[in-house]
Design a protein. Sequence first.
Length: 188
Amino acid sequence: MSEQNYMKVNNPHRLLTPGSVVLISVGDGEDDNFFPVAWNMTLRKSPPMVAILSGKRHYSYQLMDKTGEFGLNIPDRSLAAKVIKSGKVSGHDIDDKFAHTGLTKIHAGHIKAPLVQEAVARMECRISQVNDMGGSALVIAQILHSEVRQDCFSDGKWDFSQGLELIHHMGGNQFAVSNTSIQIKEGN
């Protein structure tokens, strides 16, 4: 096998993306907002926990910090343009980001923050720890409740057989799409 050519990468975080894009919904029922986040990850299975990275100056971060909770909404390809649109405007500058982007907010069962009706999956999260990272914060939360569209999930994992396409941020306005899974047989 021949040696491949390698090049220096100035933005090494791009080697770890594409990561699933999520919409983080925040608020208290009166002042609600949401914002897209590509920097997110699961932390543990029991109790189920997630982490997101948010700029501390963001309008939504202030709401999240105030309430101690957020909704984590997973969009599919059909929402990609709305995800981009939501990241181009601050909830501080408009009255209703949901209406502005054409997304529908719905009530959650375990938190005051709303959820995004059009998302293929939704999680209700309560913040357990915030790690100051200077201009941003690593927000760690316990998942109190999660739900997924039945046609998108089976046998405990994403099911792409019905046309599901999850979006993954590549940088700027560029996304990758996952729409299949593979199974590797042991010993190969």
